[in-house]
Design a protein around this ligand. Sequence first.
Ligand code: ZN
Length: 152
Amino acid sequence: MALLNIRTDKDPILRKTSRPVIEVTPRILTLLDDMVETMRRANGCGLAAVQVGVLRRVVVIEVEEGTVYEMINPEIIESEGHQEEAEGCLSLPDRWGVTSRPMRVTVKYLDRKGKERTLTGEGLLARAICHETDHLDGKLFIDVMIREAEED
Ligand code: ZN
């Protein structure tokens, strides 16, 4: 496994749209492994491939230590409720803000075996799913930020 370089701030790649994965190749599996390692090393709870310079629809999420979700071609198919909580991003290390997000989302994705799965997440997990899938469309949390927050 390898640590990947996280793109930050004004890097224009962060605003680009990522392309779907057509086939889960060994290269995609290596990317997933490297992304998990990179996310953990950076103390993040989520990472999208675009943040490490790869324009593919791949994200990893770990909001609860030891439970890693690896999502290929994630697509939010249901959302409900509302929450306003502080969030940050490994690509915007100096920003911290309160965002408006759904309280609960259901996401459809392919796992590393290419099997279709669905996951419903609430609270922090719902925020992470929204945050990471937004990255795949070139969106950052500052786009849905209501106000700056104090770092805690
Ligand atoms: Zn982010």
